[in-house]
Design a protein around this ligand. Structure first.
Ligand code: ADP
Ligand SMILES: O=P(O)(O)O[C@H]1O[C@H](CO)[C@@H](O[C@H]2O[C@H](CO)[C@@H](O)[C@H](O)[C@H]2O)[C@H](O)[C@H]1O
Length: 483
């Protein structure tokens, strides 16, 4: 943040001092808090902006707070000031008394300072305050450290009624009149956020597969701004691919036609991204680096998730095979900007049957710089192939044939648009699928331990395939033995 924004005025400094004890306890309990399970050792104000004066009824305070947490649970010799800090965006409502309908949003009652005797609460559930956010976005301009911007041709009507999305999210979203959706990022990092960058680039390219940003909110940063929120058209009546896949499985229905349409949609988005943003040829050194990155992630994952350790030696051979292809100089691969965390839940099917792709943030745990690097398009393809496997393994009995049909149809659809069938590069695809399943194992171990057997079953299979590489990765399935 700039000096001016970092150094709060005496008034905002006093505000945070009075809120500090309440927010310190409340923040780590939120669904979107990324540092769960680690104590908060330092909590600081980065910026405070009154969107509505806090003496008003209701008042609205926009806060950016910096949180430090030890890297690992247990004894840690790292000094507090050396720990990486995470910055979170909070919107805090202020009232004399909370009406019963807002009771679930309570943060607490302020004991002293400028807000003594007032009640503070999570503002997004208050329609009056949520409406104000859209009103600000309709009219571009600055307020304190905040900047509200609007796409040139966007027409945002006034008075759209807000509602919270209520989904289990890494961030928080508000839907306005079923016309727009505002995604407010919770953990924010300085720099270009791909969830704004890529949809804007795709819109410039005329790609209709991704909702085009209509307005956005940023904060000044010391070097680069922080992207705080993006407003996009709401795909009315849409159902996500995960939900549709599970419904099909429950009814014993085929999903291959949808999978093929998803393959086509992915290839269209990839073509538009490759046209809009730089691409790179992957020479020998780059392929080796790609394989090394995967190996490093596997090693780190095996340290964090002991259940991965038995598979580690075999999985390494999938990455070695990739490195060997690079060394042999026999590849003509390119890297380009990709979605980065593509799975069925990121695909929305409109009532018209059209598929749209959302959430271009990439894997949120990865550093921003890494998420913005060009990568083989196989990375997204592998994400979707894994997702069909996830869906098939989450129902009983396990439906390997269903998954196989979807995986094949997805690749066919992708090839129809791109002219390149991902199955013709089995070493590249298998390495990416392995890398994704390793990521999933860490994700599940941290967030949903009950689901850990799903990626582990896939890794068991991928490890067996790596030992017998002549098998086709799309037909390499066998009955699961974990349930
Ligand atoms: N443009 C949109 N139209 C309709 N629903 C959307 C749109 N964008 C997001 N959603 C809904 O919001 C949910 C969360 O959005 P997402 O961008 O994935 O947030 P997060 O990164 O916090 O998970 C999605 O699963 C989807 O149900
Ligand atoms: O929150 P995000 O949507 O950005 O993604 C994270 O959470 C996903 C789970 O909600 C996780 O996806 C994994 O589980 C899905 C089923 O719930 C499955 O379809 C995906 O294939 C599987 O990777 C995703 O990995 C994680 O980044």
């Amino acid at each position: 943040m700039s000096e001016a924004a970092t150094r709060p005025s005496a008034h905002t400094g006093a505000l945070l001092a009075s809120l500090d004890p309440l927010l310190r306890g409340w923040l780590p309990r939120q669904r979107w808090f990324a540092g769960k399970g680690r104590p908060v050792t330092d909590f600081q104000l980065v910026s405070a902006t009154e969107l509505l004066p806090t003496r008003a009824e209701p008042g609205l305070l926009h806060l950016l707070v910096r949180v430090r947490q030890p890297l690992l649970a247990g004894p840690d010799t790292t000094l507090d000031h050396e720990l990486p800090a995470d910055c979170y965006q909070l919107l805090v409502g202020v009232r004399a008394e909370l009406p019963p309908r807002l009771a679930p949003a309570l943060i607490g009652h302020v004991a002293d300072g400028p807000l003594a005797g007032r009640t503070v609460y999570e503002a997004l559930g208050d329609p009056r305050l949520a409406a104000l956010l859209l009103e600000r976005l309709r009219i571009p301009g600055r307020l304190g450290a905040l900047r509200f911007a609007r796409a040139e041709h966007a027409e945002i009507p006034p008075g759209l009624a807000p509602r919270t999305l209520g989904a289990e999210q890494s961030n928080s979203s508000l839907v306005y009149g079923d016309t727009y959706i505002l995604k407010l990022f919770r953990r924010v990092v300085p720099g270009v956020n791909p969830d704004l960058e890529l949809p804007l680039a795709l819109a410039r390219q005329g790609c209709a597969r991704v909702p085009a940003p209509a307005a956005w909110l940023t904060a000044e940063g010391a070097d680069e701004p922080l992207v705080l929120g993006v407003l996009q058209p709401y795909v009315r009546g849409a159902t996500d691919g995960w939900e549709l896949a599970l419904r099909a499985l429950a009814k014993g229905e085929d999903f291959a036609a949808e999978a093929r349409a998803l393959g086509r949609a992915t290839a269209e988005v990839h073509a538009a991204l490759a046209a809009a943003l730089p691409t790179v040829s992957l020479g020998r050194a780059q392929v080796e680096l790609l394989a090394q990155g995967m190996t490093d992630r596997l090693e780190a994952a095996a340290r964090a998730v002991p259940a991965l350790r038995p598979y580690e030696p075999a999985l390494r051979t999938a990455y070695q095979a990739l490195a060997d292809l690079g060394t042999g100089g026999a590849t003509a691969w390119t890297a380009q900007r990709v979605h980065g965390d593509l799975h069925l839940g990121q695909c929305l099917r409109a009532p018209s049957g059209d598929w749209q792709l959302i959430d271009f943030e990439g894997e949120p745990a990865r550093p921003l710089g890494e998420r913005r690097l060009p990568q083989p398009a196989a990375r997204d393809v592998a994400g979707m192939l894994r997702s069909f496997d996830y869906a098939a393994r989450s129902c009983r009995p396990w439906a390997p044939d269903w998954a196989e049909a979807c995986r094949a149809a997805y690749c066919t659809g992708y090839a129809e648009v791109s002219g390149r069938d991902p199955r013709t590069e089995p070493v590249l695809l298998r390495a990416h699928e392995t890398d994704k399943a390793v990521y999933e194992a860490v994700y599940e171990a941290r967030h949903r331990p009950d689901w850990l057997p799903v990626p582990l079953a896939a890794l068991d299979q991928l490890a067996a395939d790596a030992a017998a590489p002549s098998r086709d990765p799309d037909t390499a399935c066998r009955p699961d033995d974990f349930r």
